[in-house]
Design a binder for this molecule. Structure first.
Ligand SMILES: Cc1cc2nc3c(=O)[nH]c(=O)nc-3n(C[C@H](O)[C@H](O)[C@H](O)COP(=O)(O)OP(=O)(O)OC[C@H]3O[C@@H](n4cnc5c(N)ncnc54)[C@H](O)[C@@H]3O)c2cc1C
Length: 554
C-alpha cells in the first residue's frame, strides 16, 4: 500500500530542495515526501492522488509564490484533503497573513524561514502534527470504485459483474456520497453519464461494456491457441468440474464462460447441502476455489465470452464466439445450465435492474438495509435469498403462487424461514404488475383464491421463479427436447435405434449428445438432477468418456 504523502510547495528551488531533504531524512520511512514548485502544479498533483485514493498527511506550503499564494493554494486544497495538516512557511513580513490564515484556512501552524537547525525548529512542530494525523488515519480502500445511482439498471449490472467475478469494489452512490461527487469532478467527468468506474491507477471507464471492463480488470477474453483437446462451454459447477478433471488428466482444456465463473451456484448466498461443508459455503466461495483449482492445472478460462454457434467437421468441433472468432477442438462438454425464467407482467422490462432483480441477493442485499424487500418464488433459491436478505432488510415478504412452501422447498429452509421473525410468507398470490417512474415504487398483487387485487408500495423486488435452458446456439447440430434441454445417452435411443446422423459403431456414451465427442453435463442435460453436487459429478464423469472418445479419434 502507498505511504501517506507529505507535500511541500515552494517556488524557490533552493528552499524547496532543502525542505524536501530535511523531510525525507526524518520522515521518509513512513511518509512519501513529494514536492512541487507552484500552487497550480501542486493542486494538479493532489487531484491525481485523490483519484488514486492515496492519503495526504501534511501540506507544507510557502506563503509567497508568484501566481498563487500559500493561503490561496490551501483554500483549494482543503476540499480535496480536509484531514491533511496545514503548515505555512513564512518570512517575517508575512506574519500578519499567516495569523489571518489561522482563521481563514485553519492552518495548524506557521513556520518562519529559515528553520535551521531542523531538530529544533522544524521536526518538533511537524512531529506533533503528524502524530495527531496518524492517530486518526484509516487507510483508504485502494481497489476499484463504482459511482452510480442506486436504482439504476446499468449500475446494478456493473456491480453484479464485478461481484460475480470476485473483483472487490467500493460502491459510491452519487446521491448520498460526497466523495462520489468530488471524485467525478476531479476526474473531469460528467455526473449525468453514469456509472463511472475508477481504477487504482487513476484511470476510469464510463458506462463500459462487460467486455471492456473485463479487459481492464485483467480477465482473459481471448483464447491463446486455435485448437484444444477439450472445450467446455459454461463455467458453473459442471463446467468447472469438467475443466479440473480434464486438465489434471493432461488434456489441453479451454473453458468459456458468458458471465462469471460459478454459474447459477455462484449467485447462491449459502449452499448447505454440498458434501464436505457442514456449515455450508457461499456460491461465490465455491466458484473462487474451483477457479483457483482449474487455473492451477492449467485450464485457460475466457470470461466474459459467449459461444454463439457450433459446427462439426470431423474430426473437429468448432465453436464461434461473440467477437466472431472460431476455436476448434476434438471433444466438447456443454455445461451451459439454465437461465432465470422471466416474469412476464406489465412494467417488468422497464424496471428490471432498477428495483426489480433476477437472483441478485448477494449484490443488492447491502443496499436494502432496513428496507421492505419482496421475493417472488417458493423454491430453494427463493428461500435462501429470503434468509440472506433477512439479515439486512427491515422486513422480507415472500410471494408464493402455490398454497404452501412444502411442495417446492427443502424442509430445513422452511424451518429456518418460519423461525425468522422478519420474514412473512404470503401464499396463493402472484405479482401481476410493477409500477414506478425511474425505479420501482409499487407492485400489484392478485390473490388466486379470491381474485382480489391490491397494490402495495415496494422499492425492491427479487425474482426466483425457476429457469429454462438457453441452447438455441446448438440448434440443428445437437438434439434437444421441446424445452431446449440437451438429450444424451439412452434418451437418444428410440426402440434401440441410434440418433439420426450418428456415425459410430456403438451407442452414445452415458453423457454423450447426438454428436459423437460432444458431451453434456449439469442442469442443461435432459433429465438431470438440478443440484451443485450432481453437476460436479456429471462434469467429472463426462471427462472419463472424453478420454474414451479421444482414444478412437484419428
Ligand atoms: C440462488 C440459487 C441457489 C441454489 N442453491 C443450491 C443449493 O443450495 N444446493 C444445490 O445443490 N443446488 C443449488 N442451486 C442449484 C445449482 O446452483 C445448480 O443446479 C447448478 O449451478 C447447476 O450447475 P451447471 O454447471 O449445470 O449450470 P450453471 O450453474 O447454470 O452454469 C452454467 C454456466 O454456463 C454459462 N453459459 C450459458 N450459456 C453460455 C454460452 N453460450 N457461452 C458461454 N457460457 C454460457 C452461464 O453463464 C453459467 O455461468 C441453486 C441455484 C440458485 C439459482
Amino acid at each position: 500500500m502507498a505511504k501517506p504523502v507529505i507535500l511541500t510547495v515552494d517556488d524557490d528551488p533552493e528552499v524547496l530542495r532543502a525542505v524536501e531533504r530535511d523531510l525525507r531524512q526524518k520522515y521518509g520511512g513512513i511518509f512519501r515526501v513529494m514536492r512541487e514548485s507552484s500552487g497550480e502544479k501542486a493542486l494538479e498533483l493532489l487531484k491525481q492522488l485523490k483519484l488514486r485514493s492515496e492519503a495526504v498527511a501534511l501540506l507544507l506550503v510557502d506563503q509567497r509564490m508568484p501566481n498563487m499564494t500559500g493561503v490561496e493554494f490551501l483554500t483549494q486544497a482543503i476540499p480535496l484533503f480536509p484531514e491533511a495538516k496545514r503548515v505555512l512557511l513564512t518570512a517575517y513580513a508575512d506574519t500578519d497573513a499567516a495569523i489571518q490564515a489561522i482563521n481563514s484556512v485553519k492552518i495548524d501552524y506557521y513556520l518562519m524561514k529559515p528553520w535551521d537547525p531542523p531538530e529544533e525548529h522544524l521536526y518538533p512542530v511537524l512531529q506533533d502534527l503528524l502524530d495527531d494525523w496518524l492517530a486518526n488515519y484509516r487507510p483508504a480502500f485502494l481497489g476499484v470504485r463504482v459511482i452510480g445511482h442506486q436504482w439504476s439498471a446499468p449500475s446494478h449490472q456493473i456491480k453484479d459483474f464485478l461481484a460475480r467475478n470476485q473483483i472487490p469494489y467500493r460502491w459510491l452512490d452519487i446521491e448520498s456520497s460526497q466523495d462520489a461527487q468530488v471524485l467525478i469532478e476531479h476526474a473531469g467527468l460528467d455526473a449525468s453519464r453514469l456509472p463511472v468506474i475508477l481504477f487504482p491507477d487513476g484511470s476510469n471507464l464510463v458506462a463500459p461494456t462487460n467486455a471492456l471492463l473485463a479487459e481492464k480488470v485483467g480477465l482473459k477474453t481471448h483464447a491463446g491457441k486455435p485448437f484444444y483437446d477439450l472445450i467446455i462451454v459454461g463455467a458453473g459447477p459442471a463446467g468447472l468440474a469438467g475443466a479440473v478433471y480434464g486438465a489434471s488428466e493432461g488434456l489441453r482444456t479451454l473453458l468459456i464462460e458468458r458471465e462469471a465463473s460459478g454459474g447459477q451456484a455462484g449467485t447462491s448466498s449459502r449452499i448447505e447441502n454440498y458434501l464436505g461443508f457442514p456449515v455450508g459455503l457461499s456460491g461465490g466461495d465455491l466458484a473462487h476455489r474451483a477457479v483457483a483449482q482449474a487455473s492451477r492445472f492449467g485450464v485457460e478460462i475466457l470470461v466474459p465470452q459467449e459461444v454463439t454457434s457450433l459446427r462439426v467437421e470431423d474430426p473437429y468441433r468448432y465453436v464461434k464466439l461473440t467477437d466472431g472468432t472460431e476455436i476448434s477442438c476434438h471433444a466438447m462438454i456443454i455445461a451451459t445450465g439454465v437461465s432465470y425464467r422471466k416474469l412476464d407482467v406489465p412494467g417488468m422490462d422497464r424496471l428490471t435492474g432498477a428495483g426489480v432483480y433476477y437472483g441478485a441477493a448477494m449484490t443488492e442485499a447491502l443496499s436494502c438495509r432496513d428496507q421492505d424487500v419482496y421475493i417472488v418464488g417458493g423454491a430453494n433459491s427463493a428461500g435462501q435469498a429470503a434468509m440472506y436478505f433477512s439479515k439486512y432488510a427491515g422486513h422480507v415478504t415472500m410471494l408464493v403462487r402455490a398454497d404452501s412452501l412444502a411442495k417446492s422447498m427443502s424442509q430445513y429452509l422452511i424451518d429456518q424461514i418460519s423461525a425468522t421473525e422478519n420474514i412473512t410468507v404470503r401464499t396463493e398470490v402472484s405479482v401481476t404488475e410493477v409500477q414506478g417512474e425511474s425505479s420501482l415504487e409499487s407492485i400489484t398483487l392478485t390473490h388466486a383464491a379470491t381474485g382480489e387485487v391490491e397494490t402495495v408500495p415496494a422499492t425492491a423486488l427479487f425474482i426466483f421463479i425457476g429457469a429454462m435452458p438457453r441452447t438455441e446456439w446448438v440448434d440443428g447440430v445437437v438434439q434437444r427436447d421441446a424445452q431446449g434441454f440437451i438429450l444424451s445417452g439412452n434418451a437418444l435411443l428410440h426402440n434401440g435405434r441410434r440418433p439420426a446422423g450418428w456415425t459410430l459403431d456403438r451407442d452414445p456414451f452415458l453423457l454423450e449428445s447426438s454428436v459423437p465427442g460432444i458431451f453434456v453435463a449439469g442442469d442443461v442435460r435432459f433429465g438431470s438432477v438440478k443440484r451443485v453436487a450432481s453437476g460436479v459429478g456429471e462434469g467429472s464423469i463426462a471427462v472419463s468418456f472424453v478420454h474414451q472418445y479421444l482414444s478412437g479419434v484419428k
